[in-house]
Design a protein around this ligand. Sequence first.
Ligand SMILES: Cc1ncc(COP(=O)(O)O)c(C=O)c1O
Length: 436
Amino acid sequence: MTLSYDELRALDARHVWHPFTQAATSPPAILALGARDAVIYGADGREYLDLVSSWWVNLHGHSNPAIARAIADQAARLEQVIFAEFTHEPAARLAARVCALLPGDLDRVFYSDDGSTAVEVAMKMARQYWTNTGDDRTVFVAFDGGYHGDTVGAMSAGHSSGFFGAWENMLFPVEVAPFPATWDGDEDVEAREQRALLALDEIIGRHPRRIAGIIIEPLIQGASGMRMCRPDFLRALESRAREAGTLLILDEVMTGFGRTGATFACLKANITPDLICLSKGLTGGFLPLSMTVAREFIYEAFLGLDIGRAFLHGHSYTANPLGCAAGLASLDLLQAPDCQARIRAIEDIHRHRLPGLVARHPALTRPRICGTVAAVTLPGEGYGSALSARLKKNFLERGLLLRPLGDVLYLLPPYCIEDTQLHRAWDVIDGVLAKL
Ligand SMILES: Cc1ncc(COP(=O)(O)O)c(C=O)c1O
């Protein structure tokens, strides 16, 4: 039985609970009929240019035929298998390929399902690493405004992002250091970095041999408003982590797979973490999959005759073969010269368009660009503010899927977006800002 647009929307409104949404005040969800490349086709007859890569997952555009084919081929061979006694070709090959792209001896991949679980795994691994090596280190250090996902460890590390007020009493304490956010034309960045490092030193000094790990979103803090830091700060942070003898955990759930212009932010910053969390773009946006990649010495600390030394963590769909096949196909596309050229072209267009926008709208501040991500701060309030809702509505009416993060307007398009589409987006943004 075919259902009409209205019937489907009524079913959704009656039975579906949408994420990060206040259903009492939000308009009903748009019914997506399909999507191709950078465009989502709504059942309302509209086309929406996806400028947020559908929550930052979609690298190569929607319904990419190569990834779709890889998933279909894999589904016909092996759709899922328990990943304890068994392994399979896509999991082994994808792990090897990602490790080959990462710096140093980040050589051990632990698969899980999404960004939150990749972070949760990293934190649990760090905690148990110290237990296994006879050191009782329990303290984690995170950065102001950091967001790491919605499981309890990830929320604890990300509590300063402000998203988790409702669960404050479920979280464990995490030390928070300042994040020296910067932008184009920022003249105080070095002083801010020094203050952040001093604060970090103070935290480290208060917990001698007690810090299990330091976790950061490198180069760009996503959810708290595309706040960017300099590679220099990350290099100084890496030195502090080494001096303190603790583990450096990079959450590259958003920054991974080309977003910052390099395949990984750690490569752009020239640092080597001990644990790195990857998800979102891992499957090109087709399927939920993530990995926590550990350096070899961490893996070795879990070996022994005692089952209690092992990492007793896993998920039903760990290393799902369809997700891994999608990951391999997505990596093929990412590494192709034309995709690399598109990544550079997107950054060039951002650099060409953002200064003009800021010049025409003096209320805009803190323009910033890192790779394919461009952001600017509006005068306004926080997440879910009336202004951001109004902007979102205006953009949707003009065929742009943009989701301002509170007072931050940002673009994070799929790499397949065409120059004309991206220029049109900047034109529409200009027009909407002029109107509002
Ligand atoms: C940096 C970062 N870490 C972790 C997460 C959580 O990922 P997921 O929503 O897939 O659980 C996100 C999600 O936005 C993120 O941006």
